[in-house]
Design a protein around this ligand. Structure first.
Ligand code: AMP
Ligand code: MG
Length: 454
């Protein structure tokens, strides 16, 4: 079997895996899932024309001469229904979200008005002496509430039955129209939508306490190798601690899936077959180690003996060369390299897109950005190379710096990495200052295409 390019291997995988079936979830549990149904509005929102401001609902024709004084005939709060129709020269005090009274065609915000007490119009009124401020127009004397005095006004609102309007407004001003947000029956969300906090807000708005989403794959993880030591075993200086089970677990969890760890299988065909059979009860099996061409690398022949159809087992990449992929009915199995960095890099290139595709996501690849290399990078043409880099923000973009020694067993280089810089296969190395594509490892944003050239 020839060596595939990364993108060819990704294509083989995506052709082999299907989006899983659907299941209902409660709205509270749906964050990060993918909607599997069309969602429609179940009413008009707003249900009627409402005010967009705290202010006065009025008839715009009444504002021929500014300032104009209007009679306040009603007080409409959010949740109230208006009881009166505005006639010429009348207005209603209205709060944000309250329905517009009949006859009104505009709202003016309270900041462009001054309430006036009818009683205060009398020259001997106490109000004039105790509270008066300079009348803006010189036309109307009396108590003129200032910004911040709304509480005082509402406490005494029966005193104020007139308002002076200091600005003219056009018809429709500061009105939110019925159905402006959504119209009854209109499609508001389509299948394939990733459920973000904003989507949850929309679902709550249309009263969906439960939604249909794509199922998440059941994933099993198996490590292989006689040299491996389990996390709960005492430290044996002659052994190698099993890092892959846990790093792969975390990469899977980062996609919103809780995997099952099957443990460590020894390099023995019978033991391996027993573990692999258990693993093949899951939708996806990730096996690390034993996939290369060593005499004791039994994974590939054992998988094949169990009836799995191998679709590839080598990819022209570094690290990660001995990566295998196979299918058994609807189940898929990845044979990942034993070297911890290689298995993690292969997870990002092959496993993550497959899992996201199964869960119904449209954006399945890690987000890429362009960055400036801060140093020279050597590269032998032939394979696509993924270099662990740290990123720093700089003027005009990002600077990428290698995390240090890049050996495929150097897990610390992965622990320090913000991303993987991708060197195309035909590249002869890059000089400091060159632009390089970096696949981001942190965050939860994904994109449609792999976004790098091989
Ligand atoms: P293999 O692919 O089995 O030849 O393994 C390649 C290298 O990766 C060897 O040095 C293994 O000891 C190491 N390795 C394999 N599996 C793991 C694992 N689960 N955790 C840490 N290192 C591993
Ligand atoms: Mg091994």
């Amino acid at each position: 079997m020839e060596h595939l390019q990364v993108s060819e291997a990704q294509r083989v995988i995506l052709e082999a895996v299907a989006t899983l079936g659907t299941e209902p979830v409660k709205l509270e549990q749906s964050l990060g899932r993918v909607l599997a149904e069309e969602v429609c509005a179940n009413r008009d929102l707003p249900p009627y024309d409402i005010s967009a401001m705290d202010g006065y609902a009025l008839r715009s024709v009444d504002l021929g001469d500014i300032p104009a004084t209007l009679e306040i005939i009603e007080d409409i709060k959010a949740g109230d229904m208006p009881t009166r129709i505005l006639a010429s020269g009348q207005c209603a005090r209205i709060m944000t979200g309250a329905p517009l009274p009949q006859g009104a065609d505009a709202v003016i915000r309270v900041e462009d008005t001054e309430e006036v007490s009818a009683e205060a119009l009398s020259p001997n009124s106490d109000e004039t002496t105790s509270h008066s401020t300079k009348p803006a127009s010189g036309q109307v004397a009396g108590y003129l509430p200032q910004a911040g005095e709304r509480d005082a006004v509402s406490l005494r609102e029966n005193l104020f039955d007139r308002v002076q309007i200091n600005q003219s407004v056009k018809p429709g001003n500061d009105i939110r129209r019925r159905g402006e947000n959504m119209c009854n029956g209109a499609v508001v969300l389509t299948p394939g939508t990733e459920i973000t906090p904003g989507v949850i807000g929309v679902l709550a708005t249309v009263k969906r306490a439960q939604v249909q989403v794509y199922r998440r794959p059941r994933v099993a993880i198996l490590s292989t190798g006689n040299e491996l030591e389990n996390l709960d075993e005492p430290v044996d200086p002659n052994k190698i601690p099993d890092a892959n089970s846990y790093a792969l677990m975390a990469q899977t969890q980062a996609l919103g899936i809780e995997p099952v760890l099957l443990g460590i299988a020894r390099d023995d065909p019978d033991e391996l077959a027993r573990y692999l059979k258990r693993g093949l009860e899951y939708d996806v099996l990730l096996v690390s180690g034993g996939t290369s061409v060593g005499v004791h690398d039994y994974v590939r022949p054992t998988i094949e003996a169990l009836g799995v159809q191998m679709l590839f087992w080598r990819v022209a990449m570094k690290p990660g060369h001995p990566v295998a992929f196979g299918k058994l009915g609807e189940k898929i199995i990845f044979g990942l390299p034993g070297n911890p960095v290689s298995s993690m890099v292969c997870f990002e290139q092959f496993v993550a897109p497959a899992l996201r595709h199964m869960m119904g996501h449209k954006r399945i690849h890690r987000r890429t950005i362009e960055a400036r290399l801060t140093h020279d990078v050597k590269h032998q043409p032939g394979r696509t190379e993924f270099i662990r880099v740290m990123l720093a923000q700089e003027e005009g973009g990002y600077a990428a710096t290698s995390t240090g020694a890049q050996g495929s067993g150097m897990l610390l280089s992965m622990a320090r990495a913000d991303g993987l810089a991708v060197l195309p296969a035909d590249c002869n190395g890059l000089a400091a200052g060159s632009t390089v594509t970096v696949q981001l490892l942190d965050g939860t944003t994904f994109q449609d295409d792999a976004g790098f050239r091989e």
